[in-house]
Design a protein around this ligand. Sequence first.
Ligand code: HEM
Length: 167
Amino acid sequence: MEATGAASQPSAPQTTHPAVAPLAFLLGKWRGEGEGSFPTISSFRYGEELLFSHHPSKPVISYTQKTWKTASGEPMHAESGYWRPRPDGSVDVVIAQSTGLAEVQKGSFDAEKKTVTLQSELVGNASKVKQITRTFQVADGELSYVVQMATITTSLQPHLKALLRRI
Ligand code: HEM
């Protein structure tokens, strides 16, 4: 019989870098729908795909997101970045948005509750946005998140809420 990687190892093969393991609940491709709102705009619905990927030799998760108009499929916002979980339960995240805005986020995660909470430390190249928070939760195989923002005219309020399934 052909030997598999798993069979030739004394224990299960390492598929996740130890630093990334506590955030393994995020890994994979997710697709779903969200709703955008803010006191200054009309609310809207969008389709979304998220990809959290990593290589077992690197202590970092690569992140890409794309969104589209639900009715037409026309592309909307996109972003990508890197997530670095730290041994103390904190996580450093950098995100570049298709609008040109750049985020440095710091936060914490709970591997058992499968939650991540991020708060912007720096929002760069933004004409209106002062602050961004992001919370993620994985439960029953679904990933949900809420993105809030504060702008020059409006205090911290939800802008995006979405629910995605692993594909
Ligand atoms: C509006 C920021 C993500 C779609 C806005 C505004 C800001 C903003 C500052 C204008 C609000 C105002 O004028 O008071 C952000 C930030 C995001 C984000 C910081 C991520 C952290 C997204 C995503 C989508 C989206 C993912 C689409 C799926 C829209 C739309 C508007 C809007 C459709 C209304 C535009 C209009 O009415 O002219 N966003 N956005 N945004 N955003 Fe976002």
